[in-house]
Design a protein. Structure first.
Length: 192
């Protein structure tokens, strides 16, 4: 299935989980939207962004509070967990789902692939914002950045993943086999 990003808080494993590279799905506050017909498991690099707004007012036409973008283009829009809130103080897992805060799912939910950069904002980005950011690396000083993990850190002996946002969280590599940070060979992400 593949889960690139999971945030769990309180007793909710899917407080904000974006999963299933074969048919993208977003879960917020334990409520999951539908599996979409949108896929990113074709062996190519893609810039993927998801926006969610509890109010449901992400666009002027009111077509839903969740938008999935791939390579800067809107590919899906609908309602997910409208009116729900995301609790603070949870845990983030990159590359697998969580069944509870800090409890990582098994092989079925592990991401089988590569990630370039991951950034989580406290605001809804517009299509123009997303298109502008997709050709650059995470810096951490972006307006509203809550977590900013650049997968291109210069340290050759990485044992932790540095958060470049003002929160300066520290990520720890876990799993079997242990994830690693490497420069992609062959094809590269579009922001390289």
């Amino acid at each position: 299935m593949g889960c690139p990003f999971s945030y769990a808080a309180g007793d909710i494993g899917g407080a904000f989980t974006f999963s299933n590279t074969k048919a993208w799905m977003l879960c917020v506050a334990g409520e999951c939207g539908p599996m979409t017909a949108i896929s990113a498991n074709d062996g190519q690099w893609h810039h993927v962004a998801v926006t969610w707004d509890a109010s449901g007012e992400t666009d002027e036409t009111g077509h839903g509070n969740t938008i999935i973008y791939m390579n800067g283009n809107k590919v899906w829009q609908g309602d997910v967990a409208k009116g729900k809130m995301i609790a603070n103080g949870g845990t983030v897992v990159i590359g697998n789902a969580q069944t509870a805060p800090g409890t990582v799912g098994g092989a079925a939910t592990a991401l089988n692939g590569q990630l370039s950069d991951v950034i989580w904002y406290n605001r809804v980005l517009s299509k123009v914002d997303i298109q502008g950011k997709m050709m650059s690396h995470v810096k951490g000083n972006e307006a509203g950045a809550m977590l900013a993990f650049a997968m291109t850190q210069p340290d050759d002996e990485l044992t932790t993943l540095k958060d470049f946002s003002p929160s300066q969280a520290v990520g720890v590599f876990k799993g079997e086999p242990s994830p690693s940070l490497v420069v992609p060979m062959g094809s590269k992400p579009i922001n390289w």
